[in-house]
Every structure is written in structure tokens, then in C-alpha cells.
Design a protein around this ligand. Structure first.
Ligand code: BYC
Length: 318
């Protein structure tokens, strides 16, 4: 027992000194579990996050828009793969992670359970959803676990391209016809609140925050990041000529930040628990893709085994 305590103290001093923790280093079991939970949820979010946008690839209004959207969705698949790889360094198999997603045991970001009903939604996802994601993920480039921090550096670079492609779609709509401006406003009205929910629960409801901050897995609280996101979005909304759907949004001279209205936490928890508008559809799509792709994985495994066998036979002969 005393040994564990001294190992934990040493671990904390390494974290406090801003030295990265690497896969083979000793780490508290709870640190490992927290990371597996967070990194796998993040990976699942990237993979499920391809679905709402994938819905618009063959309906993009121009070839340029289609190419941009295809590249973005492809990047998201890549992000999922870097994150699953980072997660595997903590001693869990990818199949187990997939099983957790497909059985509904693992969470993924609430935001991907909302439908994309118009082209403006693709712009709003880029501006607000990727904007919120970057706000949260920039701090993760400095997270204490080395493989996660390194994966996040590349992810953040790509996310900023995503955010700009979305904002540019909206900027174009903002200069368009009356119908296009109405479509833009409608998308912002629907995506604003769910984007604020992406940052997670407030205050003490955020059960993991205190420990994750101590371990420097998280560097800022959900509320700090949400506030930063609100502050930065106001000027961007003005440029687009849209209003944000919150009558309580007001600059507070004392705090130097924008006050905003109460988030509908009942809606948030409902979506997190699987009862959002698209939860069932999203999971069913992932399960179907996994089942239909089984033969590809089987063929790849059979090929790898054949190659390994040939190599070992060749080395016996030599
Ligand atoms: N949705 O103690 P808390 C993207 C859960 S992908 C669902 O604050 P934590 C993108 C939380 O898991 C964006 N569940 O937790 C991709 C916990 O439940 P469990 C995803 C949520 O982990 C494609 C409970 O609530 N980004 O960028 O300290 C296209 C208590 O919460 C949510 C990441 O995953 C939610 N929104 O903080 C476009 C970033 N929020 O696990 C864009 C990495 C909370 O105890 N993750 N919960 O059952 C994080 O930074 C943190 O995990 C969070 C939550 C800030 C999300």
C-alpha cells in the first residue's frame, strides 16, 4: 500500500513538472481508465461525427463544396484512427472499443445526435461544432499523456481548416438571396445551444473535471471553455449578420465576458442517455458499417497471416 502511495506521489510530481507520461511508464489505474474513457469517447465522436455531414456529400451545391466536404469527412476518419491508436497504447484492443460503441455502452459527443436538414447545417457544423471542438482540443495538445497530446497537434491543425470551410459556407450564404439568409439563420438557431452543450456539464455535475485537471488531462474546466467559446462567437455572428438565439446574451462590464442564458440540461442528459433525435439512427449506421466491413477485415487478417507465414518459411530456408 505504501508502495502505491509513493508511486502515486512520484507520478504526480512528473505530471506537475510537465513531463509527458508515456505508455510504458507507471501510472495509477484510475489515470489509465480515465484516459481510455476520454480518448475512446473522442475517437467514437470523430467516427460518428462523419455521419451527419456524410449525409450532404452527394448533395453539395458545387464541385468545390463537394471536394471540401469530402476532405473534411475523410480527415475525421483519420482523427478517429489516430485516437484509437493512442487509446490502444493504454492496453485495450480496438475490437473492444468498437464493441463498447456498438452496444451503446460507450458515449460519444451529444452533438452528433442532431439531424442535418439543410445545406446551411454543414456551414453551421463547421463554424460552431468544429469551433467548439477546437476550443476544447487546443488544451488537449498539452494534455499529460504523450500519445494523446501528439495526436491532438495534428488534429487541431485539420480542425482549423474545418472551421474555416464551414464559416466560408456561411459567409457565402450571408451574401446570398433572402432564402439563403433565412436558411443560414435557421441553421444557427438550431446548432447554437447543442454546440454549447458539447463542452459538457456545468460545475459539480462535471464529475471527472477536478481529478482530470489535477492529472493535467484537462487544462480548463468545461465552463471556462464554454465561456471562451461564447465570447469569441459574438463578433463572428455579427460579421455573418445573424442573431444568436439567446435573449440573455449580454456583455458584462464587470467580468469582461458575455453572460448567456441557462442551457437546457434536461435536453443534454436526454441526448447523452440515448434519447436524442438521431441516437438510434447513428448507432444503427455504425453497426451496419461494421457488419458489412467484416469481410474486409477478415481478408486483411488472412493476407497478413499468409505474408507472415511466407516470411518465416523464407527465413528458415536462408
Ligand atoms: N456528450 O465529468 P465530465 C469533434 C459525459 S468530436 C456526451 O465533464 P469529462 C468533431 C462525460 O463523458 C468532439 N457525453 O466528463 C468530430 C461523462 O460521462 P461518463 C468530441 C458527455 O470527460 C467530427 C459525464 O458526461 N470531443 O470534434 O471530464 C466532426 C460527465 O462529464 C458530453 C472530445 O471528445 C457530451 N458533450 O469532460 C466535427 C474531446 N460532455 O464518461 C467535430 C475530448 C460530457 O462518466 N473530451 N459528457 O459516463 C473531453 O475533452 C472531455 O471528455 C469532455 C467531457 C469535455 C467532453
Amino acid at each position: 500500500m505504501a508502495d502505491i502511495k509513493s508511486l502515486e506521489e512520484k507520478f504526480q510530481s512528473i505530471v506537475d513538472a510537465e513531463t509527458k507520461i508515456e505508455p510504458k511508464d507507471w501510472m495509477p489505474e484510475a489515470y489509465r481508465k480515465t484516459l481510455i474513457r476520454q480518448i475512446s469517447q473522442h475517437a467514437h465522436s470523430e467516427i460518428v461525427g462523419m455521419l451527419p455531414e456524410g449525409n450532404w456529400i452527394n448533395r453539395a451545391p458545387t464541385l468545390r463544396r463537394k471536394v471540401g466536404l469530402l476532405a473534411k469527412v475523410q480527415d475525421e476518419a483519420g482523427h478517429g484512427l489516430y485516437l484509437y491508436s493512442a487509446c490502444e497504447t493504454l492496453g485495450i484492443e480496438r475490437d473492444e472499443l468498437f464493441d463498447q460503441l456498438h452496444s451503446g455502452k460507450a458515449k460519444y459527443s451529444s452533438i452528433f445526435n442532431y439531424p442535418t436538414t439543410s445545406w446551411a447545417d454543414i456551414g453551421a457544423i463547421g463554424w460552431l461544432v468544429d469551433g467548439a471542438a477546437i476550443m476544447n482540443q487546443v488544451m488537449l495538445c498539452r494534455t499529460s499523456y504523450g500519445p494523446y497530446a501528439r495526436a491532438m497537434v495534428r488534429i487541431c491543425k485539420e480542425e482549423s481548416f474545418h472551421q474555416r470551410q464551414g464559416y466560408e459556407i456561411l459567409l457565402t450564404l450571408s451574401k446570398g438571396s433572402e432564402e439563403q439568409r433565412a436558411m443560414l439563420q435557421d441553421a444557427v438557431n438550431r446548432w447554437w445551444w447543442p454546440s454549447l452543450m458539447m463542452f459538457g456539464p456545468t460545475g459539480k455535475e462535471s464529475t471527472h473535471s477536478a481529478q482530470s485537471m489535477k492529472w493535467k488531462i484537462k487544462r480548463k474546466t468545461n465552463d471556462e471553455l464554454r465561456q471562451q467559446f461564447v465570447d469569441i462567437s459574438i463578433g463572428q455572428a455579427e460579421i455573418l449578420g445573424v442573431t444568436l438565439p439567446d435573449p440573455d446574451l449580454k456583455y458584462n462590464e464587470e467580468t469582461g465576458h458575455y453572460d448567456f442564458g441557462e442551457i437546457d440540461w434536461e435536453e443534454f442528459w436526454n441526448v447523452v442517455k440515448g434519447n436524442g433525435p438521431c441516437n438510434k439512427e447513428r448507432l444503427a449506421a455504425r453497426v451496419k458499417a461494421s457488419e458489412e466491413g467484416q469481410w474486409v477485415r477478415d481478408a486483411a487478417m488472412a493476407y497478413a497471416e499468409k505474408q507472415a507465414k511466407r516470411k518465416s518459411e523464407a527465413s528458415k530456408v536462408a
